[in-house]
Design a protein around this ligand. Sequence first.
Ligand code: GDP
Length: 295
Amino acid sequence: MALEKLGKALNSALKKLARSSTVDEATIKEVVRDIQRALIQADVNVRLVLQLTKTIEKRALEEKAPAGASKKEHIIQIVYEELTKFLGKEARPLEIREKPTVLLTVGIQGSGKTTSVAKLARHLQKRGYKVGLVCSDTWRPGAYYQLKQLVEPFGIEVFGDPNEKDAVRLAREGVEYFKNKGVDVIIVDSAGRHKDESGLIEEMKQISEAIKPHEVILVIDGTIGQQAYNQALAFKEATPIGSIIVTKLDGSAKGGGALSAVAATGAPIKFIGVGERIDDLEPFDPKRFVSRLLG
Ligand code: GDP
């Protein structure tokens, strides 16, 4: 993972603290500066970095270590807690409450949407759900075949018609088709042709009206770094039932920037994409993520 670099830099800041003989104001300020540098290098927004490190510094200077913990241990705990909060605090798992649960995925072309839909279908199938996929991408006939190729080895069915021109109709028919088949989860994959957020949101609204999804999932390319903020914000404002998958965190030096930018909007990140293979999708849990980052 490219986020390893960030993990290493944060770790070396904490190691420096562990090695220092005394923990005074100067030591704390130095650790805070190292953390700032590490985050900025991972493309985290400077303003967010400053807010975060100010809180860490204030707590480290003011709080007393709880009984049984050393000052150093307490500061490490503060860094851990604040980084976790920074990434959204609690895990927000995808919930499948009703049968069928209908999910709609949206995303800009190239974001990794088709791959993520296949990964999500496989993830749910492994948890015992019967999943049906609807390809409502009428702009790229190849999308249907791409999705089919990804999930067919697992016996997951894809509904689609490369010749149909009406995406809303395709979505509606696909949902009906799988409802009649009694599947647990229906994932409708919309067209990812738009480069701009407004087009994306317009399309989401049209298809949403027709199929009334339980949740709309936006797929965001993690390599765009902190630019992910605007996309996530526009999306969050447009739908009360939205969640996000941030992809390509394995390859990007900007992954930290993308994750923190999305978390800053308050939109729940439910999964992260960490590779090209079908199993390279992880439920996102800020606590576990930070624990792993700090190794
Ligand atoms: P779409 O246009 O949004 O449907 O994008 P695709 O699903 O076709 O993905 C675009 C490219 O990104 C493909 O080459 C995928 O293999 C790749 N990709 C998708 N998700 C990930 C990921 O998490 N990590 C890496 N390294 N590549 C990914």
